[in-house]
Design a protein around this ligand. Structure first.
Ligand code: GTP
Ligand code: SPV
Ligand code: MN
Length: 621
């Protein structure tokens, strides 16, 4: 016995030795970049944390953070046989989606942010938030989280450092970004990094601010621990700040998935698609070609499911793209082995489940459940707010076990169809850009823009019914230019001019398309089966890019004839397909009038090309 004891002790220390806790005196020893060091010191003086945690991005570190999170209540460990490396997290019930009305672009003058953003003077924002940050980390730990957005070594890759008092955010950043020591290597002695300061504060919506200072390459987020509000590498850096930097530096940051379609002959076509939040990007990016297409040898592989950074390659004159992220923060409800098997596979291990239902298994361990999951509906579970949920309660009250915007956070390496170029610093050449919204009425399944400028107009006027991804009413049509309305970090006028100008450097520009998977019949049923069957539409798009498919000219753009989209093996008849594609003059009129508000909002700021495109459309009708 006395022999065994030391051995046991040794194992214990071997698994528990990891500690990222450092003292303030250690800081200079760890942080070799003088600009970062000075900034971190300043933030410590302001927030006054009790402890400091220096993240190196190792697997041992992530494991130790999960273990700590299980002790302090941040995480609940899920059944490790069923879901190895998976944890459950519940956010505050007032903090389950992005809060666009509390999101600000902070600059000296409001002209810089334009009519689509909330503006706060930078001076005022700094002052107001400084008051909130003052001492906000007393009794807490400040995690120092360095990260890279983009494949390491990519000319477009950007470094950020997030200082946060949230363990959940820290672990999430280690999944969603290339986090840890790699960031210091990428940064070197440079001063060019995004300064991201984050505190959950007291998670009070009255003291919640998501502030961006594009002129200072700085993000200050206070009072929220959720997704796009708190994982500052994602929407805040990779879209709002990056879109601003992209305009300065001649590239684009877009709310787009990125996929590769490989034909049976081995021809690769890279496609980028912008759909608003919760409108199908993750699903489309992981699409599995249905029976016949798979049999023929079609393959879809994923580069990214939410964000694309794109630039024009000087040599080839082609638009190239990278995905700045390293993980997926995907919508859970409705995800199953029929709708998205690759997402199901991606969240089988090393995944955080946020705000889903929690099921207690007979052995006392935990599993997760959500509306639309495969298999049996559990007899009871705990819902996303921690309340009891049963099918009977659901029937009586309509209560959902999982919040409609509950999410999985999974490393992209888990995706069985991850594209081989997902880590390539040189990115991939984009052949098609697709815009799509959630429209139950009046918008066809698929059509193609006449040219780049017309495509920019289609993107600009994109309409979509609002979803649970942001707080506020759900199901209202709003204009969401390029699916970027909540994410353009500067004046939309300049953003549209930037889109127009990007064309100039391109020798061979991507073709632009518009899709709508969400058109409904009189009974509120989706007309198009969607998901994997979207392959049929994608096939036409790919053929159009390579000059291999027919289309007819219509007032709104190029359209496939009923025979041009393969319907074989679908329950969709030719007549139904025609119905999906048809736009009556009344519907067209309603759509143009529906765009009026956007045009009015931008009046005086609108690039003339957009006005011309609108006039041309009206003339064609
Ligand atoms: P964000 O992560 O918020 O940016 O969302 P996303 O654009 O990645 O959306 P996602 O793929 O997660 O899909 C959101 C919702 O749309 C899910 O509930 C899906 O079930 C549904 N959806 C996705 N694709 C289709 C489709 O082709 N047809 C229909 N009817 N629904 C779809
Ligand atoms: C979206 O809302 O578009 C998302 C989720 O992708 S979040 O990270 O919260 O922005
Ligand atoms: Mn998104």
């Amino acid at each position: 016995m006395s022999m065994a004891a030391p051995a046991e002790k040794k194992t214990m220390t071997a698994t528990n030795t990891f500690s990222g806790y450092i003292t303030r005196n250690d800081l200079a020893g760890h942080c070799k970049n003088p600009h970062a060091l000075a900034w971190i010191e300043k933030c410590i003086d302001l927030c006054k944390p009790d402890k400091l945690f220096w993240c190196n991005g190792s697997a041992a570190e992530r494991q130790s953070l999960f273990e700590q999170g299980c002790k302090d209540g941040t995480f609940i460990k899920l059944n490790q046989q069923k879901l190895p490396g998976c944890y459950f997290h519940r956010s505050n019930s007032n903090d389950v989606a992005r809060t666009e009305h509390l999101t600000f672009i902070c600059t000296p003058s409001d002209d810089l942010v334009g009519p689509t953003n909330n503006w706060m003077s930078d001076k005022e924002a700094y002052a107001r938030l400084r008051g909130l940050y003052d001492g906000c980390m007393k009794g807490r730990t400040m995690f120092i989280v360095p990260f890279v957005m983009g494949p390491i070594g990519s000319p477009l890759a950007k470094v950020g450092i997030e200082l946060t008092d949230s363990l959940y955010v820290t672990v999430s950043m280690s999944i969603m970004t290339r986090m840890g020591d790699v960031a210091w290597k990428q940064l070197g002695d440079d001063d060019e990094f995004t300064r991201c300061l984050h505190s959950v504060g007291d998670v009070n919506p009255d003291r919640r601010y998501i502030c961006h200072f594009p002129l200072d390459n700085t993000i200050w987020s206070f009072g929220s621990g959720y997704g796009g509000n708190a994982l500052l590498g994602k929407k805040c850096l990779a879209l709002r700040i990056a879109s601003y930097l992209g305009r300065q530096q001649g590239w684009m940051a877009e709310h787009m998935l990125l996929l590769c379609a490989t034909s049976p002959k081995g021809q690769k076509t890279y496609v980028a698609a912008a759909f608003p939040s919760a409108c199908g990007k993750t699903n489309f990016a992981m699409l599995i070609p249905p029976g016949k297409y798979a049999d023929q040898g079609w393959k879809i592989t994923t580069l990214g499911d939410d964000i694309a950074w794109m630039w024009v390659d000087k040599e080839s004159g082609r638009l190239r793209a990278i995905n700045p992220e390293a993980g997926y923060f995907g919508v859970v409800p409705g995800t199953n082995y029929t709708s998205n098997p690759n997402a199901m596979e991606s969240m089988k291990k090393d995944t955080i489940y946020t705000n889903v239902g929690l099921v207690t298994l007979p052995d006392g361990t935990y599993d997760v459940w959500w509306e639309g999951k495969d298999g049996e509906v559990p007899q009871r579970c705990t819902d996303w707010q921690g309340r009891e949920w049963t099918p009977q309660i659901a029937k009586e009250t309509g209560a959902k076990a999982a919040h409609p915007n509950s999410r999985f956070t999974a490393p992209m390496a888990n995706n069985p169809v991850l594209d081989e170029s997902a880590d390539d610093p040189a990115g991939v050449p984009v052949s098609a850009i697709i815009f799509g919204g959630r429209r139950s009425k009046g918008v066809p399944l698929i059509y193609q823009a006449f040219n780049w400028m017309h495509g920019v107009y289609l993107g600009f006027t994109l309409g979509s019914e609002t979803t649970a991804a942001a707080t506020g009413a759900v199901g209202v049509v709003r204009r969401d230019p390029m699916a970027m309305l909540p994410f353009i970090g500067y004046n939309i006028r300049d953003y549209l001019v930037h889109w127009s100008r990007m064309r100039k450097g391109m020798k061979d520009c991507p073709r632009i398309f518009h899709v709508n998977w969400f058109r409904k019949d009189e009974n509120g049923k989706f007309l198009w089966p969607g998901f994997g069957e979207n392959m049929r539409v994608l096939k036409w798009i790919i053929d159009r890019c390579h000059g291999g498919a027919y289309a007819v000219e219509t007032p709104i753009g190029w359209m496939p004839r009923p025979g041009d989209i393969d319907l074989e093996g679908l329950s969709v008849t030719r007549e139904q397909f025609e119905k999906m594609q048809a736009v009556t003059p009344e519907e067209m009129k309603a759509e143009i009038i529906g765009q009026e508000e956007l045009f009015l909002k931008l009046a005086g700021d609108l690039p003339k090309e957009m006005i011309f495109q609108r006039e041309l459309l009206i003339a064609r009708l």
